[in-house]
Design a protein around this ligand. Sequence first.
Ligand code: EPZ
Length: 418
Amino acid sequence: MDKIRIHGPCRLQGRVRASGAKNAVLPEMAATLLVDGPVTLRNVPVVRDVQTMIKVLRHLGARRVSLDGDVLRVEGGAAGEPEAPYDLVRTMRASILVLGPLLARLGRARVSLPGGCAIGARPIDYHIEALRRMGAAIEIEHGFVVASSPRLKGAEIVFAERTVTGTENVMMAAVLAEGRTVLKNCALEPEVTDLARFLNACGARIEGAGTGRIVIEGVERLRGTEHRVIPDRIEAGTFLIAAAATQSAVTVERCDPTHLETVLDKLQECGVVLRVDGDAIGVGKDGPLRGVNVTTRPYPDFPTDLQAQFMALMTRAEGVSIITETVFENRFLHVGELRRMGARIVVDGQTAIVAGPAPLSGAPVMASDLRASACLIVAGLSAEGETVINRAYHIDRGYEKVETKFQTLGARIERIGG
Ligand code: EPZ
């Protein structure tokens, strides 16, 4: 069932709940490898990447990994061979997040190089350089990262560029290292902060998460705990953008508006009426949208993971919008598909210039990656006629029951086979 069919244009109406954050729960699942004792994670999104990480943990010998609704129970660290195989890592690059925990807990690890993906080369040199500074011997052999270290030692590390999983991998390695580790130029994403909160609840000593400078005092062991995963800001942002693109009145519940401040500012700048009330954000029906310029940058600036979805919105806005992607080198794969639906977009290097409004018409389109598929759903909802999104399995990596959630808002959207 890897196609999604949408009959547009759709008027959405009602309330939808954000699920837990995929990019928080993945490092937290990897972090269970560090922990002696049972861990319970709540508000876990039931998405394909979580299922893949469950396979990785089981492959590494975790005694118990069970997902019951949105509750994930893990016990047992890494009892087996500390190797994350190619056939698992290639389906999910975030598997590289087991490297730091395995090295810290077992003193050795063999993790397939994640390789690139549709949006870019996605190197992990910053991860490797940092772990080497902590005393790890790391070689790249036959497509694998082969790492070993008697016991990692605390070090001072300055990341050449802000890296989310790089910060997470090294922070996890440092919690069991000997002595103090100081990380500088760290990623500020809320998912990094949530991981630190989880690790500290297990007995780690991490200070400064959410700032550019994180200090970790190594401890001997971590004990089990219970932790509630933060809401998914990218999923919430996707629903807000879809509501704005269809001129609908929708409320997204159980999200964290403080994680979306730059996105909410941009939506208001282009004329969307918003109402924030605790953990709920409402989008109101309103007049014409104005084109605005967006540049993606690391948190707290506009997230690269909402760039494609926002571009679909800008096709409806009056005037010209200039969208600049600064995080990944190849994140305009959705432009060709939007053009086939009637969008007027010109790409010049890392900048896309969108002329609007361009009424979109439904068409068969191809999803290339997780967020590009979300963009095509937004476009299909606002287009005239039928849109069929091929390779829709991309969306299932990071959006829980996406068509069900949009159906509850009144969209004519369904999963079809073939
Ligand atoms: C995380 O990827 C997210 N994934 C991505 O979400 C997100 O787009 C990205 O951060 C940026 O916010 C997870 O958290 C699982 P980076 P990550 O390291 O950590 C370069 C989604 O759709 N770099 O912050 O892989 C890199 O090429 C996904 O949910 C190096 O050069 O991204 C990029 O240009 C897509 N060497 C920049 O840094 C390194 O060792 C930022 O990448 C590491 C990164």
